[in-house]
Design a protein. Structure first.
Length: 185
């Protein structure tokens, strides 16, 4: 199996949210509260030396996903061909019946639930529909700063190195998230 992953160049991201908006538009997701791709603002320091960085993150399609292990209905699985973690919403018990075990298990809060009663878990699916057509995930395609890339994780590491932490992101070796970074320093 070739594990697909994301690359994020934090030094290029300007926090424009284009990746997040494009994701919502492509997947027809309402404005709030679900965000399959989230952009987080990291601020520290004070004048005259403030520090601001952005972190664009979605499901990390981990090598060892914690969400799969805790799902009581086995509604979450990992594809053998490319390592993409997918959700079968027909099997999902919903936010009230299962108490959102998958969300609690994910250190990066990637599983998402809308606010309506019995909402099913949803998350980044790596734009499987686009991949099957030979296209990039919509977040990668939309980024005006070319801060996102994707591909087989080993090829991304060859191209960009193997840095697995960035401002606002803590790598968890136990789960092995499929993402590498160029952090902002």
């Amino acid at each position: 199996m070739r594990q697909l992953g994301f690359y994020f160049d934090q030094s290029r991201c300007i926090g424009c949210y284009t990746c997040s908006v494009a994701c919502k538009d492509w997947h027809d997701i309402d404005a709030e509260p679900v965000n399959w791709r989230q952009v987080k603002i990291i601020e520290r320091g004070t004048f005259p030396t403030p520090f601001v960085a952005y972190l664009s993150i979605s499901c990390n399609h981990c090598e060892n996903p914690p969400c799969i292990r805790v799902c009581p209905e086995k509604a979450i699985s990992k594809r053998d061909t490319d390592g993409i973690v997918v959700v079968d919403q027909k099997k999902c018990l919903g936010n009230e019946a299962c108490e959102m075990h998958c969300l609690k298990a994910c250190p990066w809060n990637c599983p998402q639930f809308s606010i309506e009663s019995n909402a099913k878990m949803q998350k980044c699916n790596f734009c499987v529909d686009r991949l099957e057509q030979g296209q990039n995930p919509i977040c990668v395609e939309a980024c005006p700063m070319y801060a996102l890339d994707f591909g087989p994780l080993d090829e991304l590491m060859e191209k960009y190195g193997n840095t697995v932490e960035a401002e606002g992101f803590e790598y968890k070796d136990k789960f092995k998230p499929s993402i590498i970074f160029k952090p902002k320093t």
